[in-house]
Design a protein around this ligand. Structure first.
Ligand code: CA
Length: 535
């Protein structure tokens, strides 16, 4: 996908810094390659240190113990005196303690009601359960990792021999994972990986066509993965089955079945079953649906100090547009919003929504505590290299993806989103686990912002990748779909890039455009969140 907005060579700019809030006493250096000591800004501020791009410079003389403020939030306390013009990095900062989960503001902020955004549509695949797919994919559900190699083999044959006969089907995807056996399946938290797998197999992009490959002896039996009644009806044949044995509807190929003599008979069984589903999927056609049918999962990965300045605020603006259009938007990443919990509980539409957020945060605090870490385990060497000193600063930049709309619901990990509007889907911040859980929640479009750069992609849903810096967008011109770095360059506003994303989403959802990750078929593995023990 060519993006004419990408500059071809780095523009040379005078010293330029970005200040997020009037109360902030640090700003970040915006220039590609950073700035050297002695560089003077137009207002007379002179750098006393070399400051890399995206890193902070002090705007005032800070004494030991002074609060360092960015996004109008204390991101740390100075461990020693920091003169004006100095590089403020993580080794100079004491991180503040996490906000207690008691005494939070509950549903106190009533964001002004924004006018509905009407008339925007896309071409999608309407499902019988009311959901809408953006792609038409045959997904092959697996109860256990043991069958993954066999399914891979079958998928290659299906793609080569069957798919050409069904041109309306976009792809065939084996939903392989590491769960299913050798796990404490009755542990209370085992419900998370199990319902994740169940709900992924029902993702709107798979058209309600569920086929399951089972080994036979595994702990996660097909009926436990997909109990009677969990699969929506796909045609009259299934309607007739209702009231009889609902289990009969579950299409399972069991490799240990006595009928299988030799590997090829397993492959033949899988291909025979796949063809039935391919026929039905192939009969589907896109139809015009309102933009309210989008279920967008937003996340960031490989973040830098620009994430919270360019890409994430543009995503936040786009989130507001989507909510105004009646769509569903999920933001996630527990450890990246934990330090902004007061901003979230105050934006909840009801006390119940705020309570659900607090419950998810408390559960996650306890989960981290069990592993003897806390939310500060989140930041990576790349985050720090990119200028993010600690999780508080990272979180303030991450949370802006949620825009300004009221938060109308909470989706526990592995659950399906059951309402529209802005939802908090409680997931780990790990890119792959967050994406996997958002897929389970019913996401039909994914937006991913990155500053350091990641080639992230999913086979199950289109992923629109947004670069936070023009330098990254230029170097990774055939991996990044949107360049939000133009905001820092002064060439576009947050609103411009937000609208560009909104329109691109409708094009990608309609299949009119492919994302770079789709074009190159860059697909990361599904990674389940399993907080329960293995055996
Ligand atoms: Ca992430």
């Amino acid at each position: 996908m060519a993006d004419s907005s990408l500059p071809s060579s780095p523009p040379v700019r005078p010293p330029h810094r970005i200040h997020m809030h009037a109360a902030d006493n640090v700003a970040i250096v915006a220039n590609d390659g950073g700035l050297k000591a002695g560089a003077a800004f137009a207002d007379g501020l002179v750098l006393v240190d070399n400051v890399p791009q995206g890193h902070k410079v002090s705007l005032t003389d800070l004494a030991e113990g002074d609060a360092v403020v960015r996004y109008n939030v204390v991101i740390g306390y100075a461990l020693k005196a920091i003169p004006r013009g100095s590089w403020v990095h993580e080794r100079l900062l004491q991180m503040p303690a996490a906000r207690e989960l008691e005494g939070l503001p509950i549903a106190t902020v009533k964001p002004p009601v924004q006018p509905p955004l009407e008339g925007y549509t896309f071409e999608g695949y309407r499902n019988l359960d009311g959901s809408v797919g953006t792609r038409n994919i045959l997904a092959i559900t697996q109860t256990v990792q043991c069958v993954a190699g066999v399914v891979d083999f079958a998928v290659q044959r299906i793609k080569a021999e069957l798919l050409p006969k069904y041109p309306n089907v976009d792809d065939v995807v084996g939903l392989s994972h590491s769960y299913g056996c050798g796990v404490a399946i009755d542990a209370p938290d085992a419900i998370i990986p199990i319902r994740t797998l169940r709900n992924i197999s029902l993702n709107p992009n798979f058209g309600g066509e569920v086929m399951v490959i089972s080994l036979g002896c595994e702990k996660l039996q097909p009926e436990r993965l997909l109990p009677p009644g969990s699969i929506p009806l796909v045609d009259e044949r299934n309607v007739a089955d209702i009231g009889e044995t609902a289990n009969a509807k579950l299409d399972v190929v069991c490799l240990q079945d006595d009928a299988h003599v030799g590997f090829m008979s397993m492959i033949d069984s899988i291909m025979r079953q796949a063809e039935e589903h391919l026929e039905r999927l192939n009969a589907r056609r896109r139809e015009t649906v309102p933009a309210s049918e989008l279920v967008v999962g937003v996340q960031c990965g490989g973040s830098d100090a620009f994430s919270g300045v360019t890409a994430n605020p543009a995503v936040g603006f786009c989130t507001d547009l989507l909510v105004r259009a009646g769509a569903t938007v999920m933001f996630s990443e527990v450890t990246e919003v934990r330090d902004g919990i007061d901003q979230l509980t105050s934006r909840a539409t009801t006390p119940e929504v705020a309570d659900a957020m607090i419950r998810e945060m408390a559960w996650y605090d306890a989960y981290l505590d069990r592993g003897r870490v806390d939310r500060s385990a989140n930041t990576t060497p790349g985050n720090k290299k990119g200028g993010l000193s600690n999780i508080v600063e990272k979180a303030m930049g991450s949370i802006v993806k949620s825009g300004s709309a009221p938060i109308s619901g909470v989706v526990p990990p592995g659950e399906k989103a059951r309402q529209k509007g802005l939802l908090y889907a409680a997931t780990p911040a790990s890119d792959f686990i967050c994406g996997t859980l958002q897929l389970a929640a019913g996401m039909n479009l994914h937006v991913f912002t990155t500053g350091r750069g990641t080639p992230y992609g999913l086979a199950e849903v289109p992923v629109i990748k947004v670069a936070t810096r023009s330098d990254l967008a230029r170097r990774w011109h055939d991996l990044m779909d949107v360049n939000a770095g133009r905001i820092a360059d002064g060439d576009a506003s947050i609103e411009d890039v937000g609208w560009e994303m909104f329109r691109l989403m409708l094009d990608v959802a309609s299949g009119r455009k492919k994302t770079w990750a789709e074009q190159w078929k860059l697909h990361n593995a599904l990674v389940l969140f399993n907080p329960a023990p293995v055996t």
